[in-house]
Design a protein around this ligand. Structure first.
Ligand code: NOJ
Ligand code: CA
Length: 656
């Protein structure tokens, strides 16, 4: 039990905040007017004393010469429900300590450091209240440090690169992190603690990247604006939460949900939001059969759209994405995107007719806005573009921000700068007003805001299957659950069955393509290949995609290692069915899965889609065994995953 604090006007202090089960401890110290924190797990130090503070334009640093005015502690115990997602119920149990600090000299600025200590991590944020002479501020730097053992292993992707988050994960040690990397940054300390540094509730501020500083600490490197500042803010202001997720194993880390716990519940009614599976006028463009731009092979024609709507009905899929429907794709679309129209369709695409046809057949159209990062052009059309879709009954839009930077207020800005963050938020809020759900490609990373804005159903934000055909290694999807997916669901564009295609050769087996629907969660899941591939060549395998849900009651990570393999089980939100998926890297492996997690008790019918013994992503990708058997929670399954392979299982539960 903790003691209520009674610390007033102290120049020096040392305070421990312990999690409810006592395994996580955060120590906050004020020494010589400077404040620092450290984090322990099982009394072993994970984050050594690390500095905190700010640089503000035209002011002295905020973070030296401090004294404590008061500390306020509280205990919070809560379980909340997510409208959709990987787990229905999320625990939000913590001990909070807020330190109210003031400078000991002019201009006597004040701020609060709020810490929350959970059994599975630590979070803290800065809160700057309004104060005399200090209402609008320009922040130059945030001085937050995370000082780890330099031999801590990290799995990283680089920040400030032209392809945003779309990079291969690489293993490094903290000592190597001399240029900035994105979060979530997943790591393993030499003593075997797994952690991931990330942030929650990113609004109105630059995204945090991390970089080793002269102190040998990872320091927050907040993505700057083109004017060199990290943010222009009005007071009161709260930074996003700095989040340290902690776990005993890599697999345990994958279900850390603190990011959601640190976001607010929804303020409006979002009961209209429904997760979705969709096909698309899409992969045909990637394999060169159709084009985005109008012409002989134009993909988004009225005729093709109607054909795909009919196919969606036959396949049992509820949505259809239509890319390349609007003016702006002619010529070099990456260069010309500055003039894209989001309300004018190409002459061969009768949008109203397609929307009517879809509505009569109860198929949801997923609209498409490729902005090419020209945010000024997009924002000018935002209202009319969302109205155009809304009045035609469109409830889903996939947006895209190709290009290395954005054009905002006439300036080139990083996607993950404050300007980018604000733009993405504007789209989410406007979409919510119009009852539209979003799937954002080239997004800002996830920080759990979909708890507050559940109409933000998915993001891309990592290398997805558009990189197949040469630039995706089988290990990539074995890194994602431990890294990118800690920041929420991902539209990986799974389900490409035409693996041996001569234009885009896929680096997986067939069974692995359906495993993704379990291993890579997304509130909007695409069945990304062309419908005729599913219907004519693999109708039996496609049944798994038709059956697998897009919202789960519970997720149980079963086994895995970062970049090597991953096996996870998930229970359907609306029935007693369970789904298990597994993926492996370039190496084949056997897994032995105990089914003791199955509930309710009873007989389950397992339909297993598994790589055959001779399957191999390189030269025998289609070899799949589909078998069924009865199992219960006292049974186990032995499964084989071929090199670059995987498996998917549907377990039909009792009373279903
Ligand atoms: C990149 C997106 O990730 C992809 O899905 C889309 O097709 C292209 N941009 C074109 O908008
Ligand atoms: Ca992309």
């Amino acid at each position: 039990m903790f003691k209520w604090a009674s610390l007033f006007n102290r120049d020096e202090f040392e305070r421990d905040i312990e999690s409810l089960n006592g395994r996580v401890k955060c120590r906050v110290c004020l020494e010589n007017g400077k404040i620092n924190y450290s984090v322990y797990r099982d009394n072993k130090i994970v984050i050594k004393p690390s500095n905190l503070g700010f640089l503000i334009f035209g002011e002295e640093p905020l973070g030296d010469k401090l004294k404590l005015v008061r500390e306020h502690r509280k205990r919070h115990i809560e379980t909340f429900e997510m409208l959709w997602g990987e787990d229905r119920f999320v625990k939000n149990n913590y001990i909070e300590s807020a330190f109210y600090l003031t400078e000991t000299r002019e201009p006597y600025r004040i701020f609060t450091l709020r810490f929350r200590v959970f059994d599975s991590g630590v979070a803290f944020r800065y809160e700057i209240p309004p104060q005399p002479k200090f209402r609008q501020i320009t922040l130059k730097d945030e001085l937050t440090e995370f000082r780890l053992d330099l031999n801590t292993v990290a799995w990283k992707i680089p920040a400030y690169q032209p392809d945003r988050y779309e990079y291969d994960y690489e293993r490094a040690i903290v000592y190597d992190l001399k240029s900035s990397v994105h979060t979530p940054l997943t790591m393993r300390t030499p003593s075997g603690v797994y952690l991931s540094l990330h942030e929650a509730a990113l609004y109105d501020y630059g995204s945090m990247t991390l970089k080793l500083n002269a102190n040998n600490a990872l320091k927050s490197d907040i993505t700057p604006l083109s004017d060199g500042s990290i943010a222009h803010v009005s007071l009161p202001f709260k930074t996003p939460w700095r989040l340290i997720m902690l776990a005993d194993s890599a697999i345990e880390l994958t279900t850390n949900r603190l990011m959601y716990a640190l976001n607010d519940p929804p303020k409006n009614d979002f009961s209209w939001v429904k997760t979705l599976k969709f096909i698309g006028i899409w992969w045909a463009m990637y394999v060169g059969e159709w084009t985005w731009a109008p012409g002989e092979r134009h993909g988004a024609t009225t005729e093709h759209a109607k054909e795909y709507i009919d196919a969606a009905i036959r396949l049992g899929i509820s949505g259809l994405l239509i890319e390349g429907w609007n003016e702006g794709w002619e010529g070099d679309w990456l260069e010309n995107g500055v003039n894209n129209s989001f309300t004018v369709a190409t002459p061969d695409f009768d949008f109203e007719a397609v929307a009517r046809y879809a509505k009569q057949r109860k198929i949801e159209i997923v609209g498409h806005h490729e902005t090419v990062g020209f945010v000024d052009n997009y924002e000018r059309q935002l209202q009319s573009a969302y109205n155009y879709y809304a009045v035609n009954g469109v409830h889903y839009i996939k947006t895209g921000y190709a290009g290395s930077k954005m054009l905002i207020n006439g300036r080139r800005e990083y996607h993950h700068s404050q300007a980018g963050v604000k733009h993405y938020q504007k789209t989410v809020e406007l979409a919510a007003k119009k009852h539209i759900c979003l799937d954002i490609h080239e997004p800002i990373k996830g920080t759990g805001i979909e708890r507050t804005w559940p109409n933000l159903l998915s993001r891309e934000g990592a290398r997805g299957q558009e990189y197949e055909g040469g630039a995706l290694k089988p290990s990539h999807a074995c890194y994602l659950p431990y890294t990118r997916l800690l920041s929420g669901g991902m539209d990986y564009t799974s389900g490409i069955f035409d693996i041996a295609n001569s234009v885009k050769r896929i680096s997986t087996t067939l069974a692995r393509q359906i495993a993704y629907y379990v291993t890579i969660y997304s509130g909007m899941q695409m069945a990304a290949d062309r419908p005729h591939i599913y219907e004519d060549r693999f109708p039996e395998v496609f049944k798994f995609i038709r059956d697998v849900p897009t919202s789960f009651d519970k997720t149980i990570p079963l086994m895995g290692e970062i970049g090597v393999y991953y096996v996870v089980a998930r229970k359907d939100r609306d029935s007693n069915d369970w789904y298990i998926g597994g993926v492996t890297n370039e190496e084949g492996r056997h897994v032995h899965i105990c089914l003791d997690f199955l509930f309710p008790d009873g007989a389950y019918e397992a339909k297993i889609y598994c790589d055959a013994d001779n399957a191999h992503y390189r030269d025998n990708p289609f070899d799949i065994n589909i078998t069924t058997k009865k199992v219960g929670n006292k049974d186990y399954l032995d499964l084989y995953l071929a090199p670059g392979g995987g498996f998917a299982i549907r377990l039909r539960g009792p009373n279903n």
